[in-house]
Design a protein around this ligand. Structure first.
Ligand SMILES: Cc1cc2nc3c(=O)[nH]c(=O)nc-3n(C[C@H](O)[C@H](O)[C@H](O)COP(=O)(O)OP(=O)(O)OC[C@H]3O[C@@H](n4cnc5c(N)ncnc54)[C@H](O)[C@@H]3O)c2cc1C
Length: 465
C-alpha cells in the first residue's frame, strides 16, 4: 500500500505528469477542488491534481508515472455514481476521461460501435439511432454518465429484463493497468471462447483493476415502436401474476417492468411535481410496462386480457410519443424524493417471491427507530431490483447506520444483495459479506493483488486489499 502523502502541483509526481503530458492536460488546486464530488453531492473533490488524457497512450504514460511514484489514482467519468466509488482524498491523483469523448466507428452491418470511454451514454444512444441502430443501455443519468463509468459499474437500468446489464452489451475493451500496460481486448465478435474472457474482470470492478479507455459496444437493430402502458395493481401477488402474464403474452418483447409503490406514485404526481397522474392515486402499486418492437394492438390485447382476468383494476396505454414520455417521466422523476431533507438511497437485489415481506420488514424496522418515516419505494421489479429513497432523522452518520441495518439486515437470511446495479464503492463496503461469501472476497483480493500489486487503483473501494 502506498504511503499517504498529500499531493499538489509541486509534488514530484505532478511535476512529472505536467512534463510528460503538458500543462493543459493536468489541472491543479482550485481547478480541481472547485469541482463537485458527485452529481447529488454537496461536497467537492478533495484531490488537488487531475489529469485529462486525450488518448490511450496518454493514459498509459500517466499510469506509468503514477506507478513509478507509488501514486494512488482514481478514475472519473461523469460522477453520477451513487455509492461513493469515485471519492478522492488529498493523497490521490484523478484521471478524468472527459477528453476521451470520441466515437471512433459505427458499423451498421455488424451492429457495433467503437468508442472512447469518456463518451456520455446519451451521445452513444443518439449516434446509434442516426445509423438505424439502438444501444439498449438506458438509465436516468444518461445525459451525464459516461460509457466508461457504465462499464466500470456494470450499470443496469431500465431494459435489463430484455437486454441484460452493461456486461452483456460489451464485446471488447481496452484497459490500462496500474503499471501503464495497455491490454488490447478489443474483440469485435459476438462469440469468442478462446480462454478466459478477461474483459469481464474489468466490467463492474469500479476502477480498482484498470482504467477503461476504449470499448467495442454491441448495438441492436433500431426499434420503431415502443408501446408503453401504466397499470394500477391491487396487491403484490397480482403484481407478480401481471409480470408473468405480460412476459408470456408479449412473446419476448417485454423490455421494462418498472414498479412504483403508492408513496412514490403520489409523490411524483403531486405538486410541486409537475407530472399529471394518468391513473387514480389510491392503488398500492403502479407498473410501467414497455414492449419495444411490439405493436400497439398486441400490447393492448394483452393488457385487456389482464383487465378481464382482474389482474389489474385499471391501465392506460400511451397513444403518442408524448404520452409515452409522460409515463416515463413519472418513473424518472426520482429527484422529487429529495425534497424532505437528507435522504439515504438504496439499491438492493432479491428474489421476487421474497419482495413483499422484505419491504414490510424494512418499513417495520424503520418505524421502530424513527418517529417519521418516508420510504419511497420503486425499481426494476422485473429484475428483482428495488430502490428505496429513505427520508428519516437528521442525515447523521448514526442515522445512516440504523437505516442501513434496517435495509441490509433482512437481506442476509434470504441471500439478497446489497447492490443490484450501483456497485459497492465505500458506501456498501461494510456490507459486502452479506452478498458475497468469504471465499469469493478472498478470490477478489487475489485478482486485485495480481493486477495491481501496489494497490494504486481506487484504493479502499469495494474491499480492503
Ligand atoms: C438520476 C440517476 C439515475 C441512475 N440510474 C441508474 C440505473 O438505473 N442503473 C444503474 O446501474 N445506475 C444508475 N445510476 C448510477 C450511475 O449513473 C451509474 O453508476 C453510472 O454507470 C456511473 O457512470 P459515471 O460515468 O457517472 O461514473 P463515475 O460516477 O464517474 O464513476 C463510477 C465508478 O466507475 C469508475 N470509473 C469511471 N470511469 C472509469 C473508467 N474509464 N475506467 C475505470 N473506472 C472508471 C470510477 O472510479 C468509480 O469507481 C443513476 C444515477 C443517477 C444520478
Amino acid at each position: 500500500m502506498a504511503e499517504a502523502i498529500e499531493i499538489d502541483g509541486s509534488s514530484p509526481v505532478a511535476v512529472a505528469l505536467i512534463e510528460a503530458l503538458g500543462p493543459q492536460s493536468v489541472l491543479l488546486d482550485d481547478d480541481v477542488t472547485g469541482r463537485a464530488a458527485g452529481i447529488w453531492r454537496s461536497d467537492t473533490i478533495k484531490a488537488r491534481v487531475l489529469v485529462r488524457p486525450r488518448s490511450t497512450e496518454e493514459v498509459s504514460t500517466a499510469m506509468a508515472i503514477c506507478h513509478a511514484h507509488d501514486q494512488p489514482v482514481i478514475a472519473h467519468g461523469g460522477l453520477t455514481g451513487l455509492v461513493e466509488s469515485a471519492l478522492t482524498s488529498p493523497q490521490d491523483v484523478v484521471i478524468s476521461l472527459e477528453r476521451m469523448n470520441q466515437i471512433e466507428e459505427v458499423n451498421p452491418l455488424e451492429r457495433t460501435m467503437v468508442v472512447q470511454s469518456g463518451v456520455p451514454l446519451q451521445v452513444i444512444q443518439d449516434e446509434a439511432e442516426e445509423h438505424g441502430l439502438m444501444f439498449p443501455l438506458d438509465l436516468g443519468a444518461r445525459g451525464s454518465c459516461t460509457i466508461g463509468g457504465n462499464i466500470s459499474t456494470n450499470a443496469g437500468g431500465n431494459r435489463v429484463i430484455r437486454y441484460g446489464m452493461t456486461r452483456d452489451m460489451v464485446l471488447g475493451l481496452e484497459v490500462v493497468l496500474a503499471d501503464g500496460t495497455v491490454i488490447d481486448a478489443m474483440n469485435r465478435m459476438i462469440k469468442n471462447n478462446a480462454g478466459y474472457d478477461l474483459k469481464q474482470f474489468f466490467i463492474g470492478s469500479e476502477g480498482t483493476l484498470g482504467i477503461v479507455t476504449r470499448a467495442v459496444l454491441r448495438c441492436r437493430e433500431a426499434v420503431s415502436d415502443y408501446p408503453t402502458l401504466l397499470a394500477a395493481v391491487a396487491s403484490f401477488s397480482d403484481l407478480t401474476a401481471f409480470l408473468k402474464h405480460m412476459d408470456a403474452g408479449l412473446s419476448g418483447n417485454l423490455s421494462a417492468f418498472e414498479v412504483m409503490w403508492n408513496n412514490y406514485y403520489q409523490l411524483v404526481t403531486t405538486e410541486p411535481a409537475t407530472n399529471q397522474a394518468p391513473l387514480d392515486s389510491s392503488y398500492p402499486y403502479y407498473v410501467l410496462v414497455e414492449a419495444m418492437g411490439a405493436d400497439d394492438a398486441t400490447v393492448e390485447a394483452v393488457m385487456m386480457t389482464a383487465l378481464e382476468k382482474e389482474l389489474i383494476p385499471d391501465a392506460v396505454l400511451a397513444q403518442s410519443g408524448q404520452q409515452r414520455q409522460q409515463i416515463w417521466a413519472l418513473r424518472d422523476d426520482v429527484e422529487q424524493t429529495m425534497r424532505f431533507g437528507p435522504t439515504f438511497v438504496f439499491d438492493v437485489s432479491l428474489r421476487i417471491p421474497f419482495m413483499e415481506a422484505y419491504v414490510e420488514a424494512v418499513n417495520e424496522g424503520l418505524e421502530s427507530h424513527f418517529d417519521e418515516v418516508r420510504n419511497f419505494t420503486f425499481g426494476h421489479m422485473g429484475d428483482g431490483n428495488l430502490h428505496f429513497v429513505i427520508a428519516v432523522g437528521d442525515g447523521s452518520a448514526e442515522a445512516r447506520k440504523v437505516v442501513e441495518n434496517c435495509v441490509y439486515g433482512p437481506l442476509e437470511e434470504i441471500r439478497g444483495s446489497v447492490s443490484a446495479e450501483h456497485g459497492v464503492g465505500l458506501e456498501k463496503k461494510p456490507y459486502l459479506s452479506i452478498a458475497r461469501s468469504e471465499e469469493e472476497v478472498a478470490l477478489m483480493r487475489t485478482i486485485k493483488q495480481a493486477l495491481d500489486p501496489k494497490g494504486l487503483l481506487n484504493p479502499g473501494k469495494i474491499f480492503d486489499a
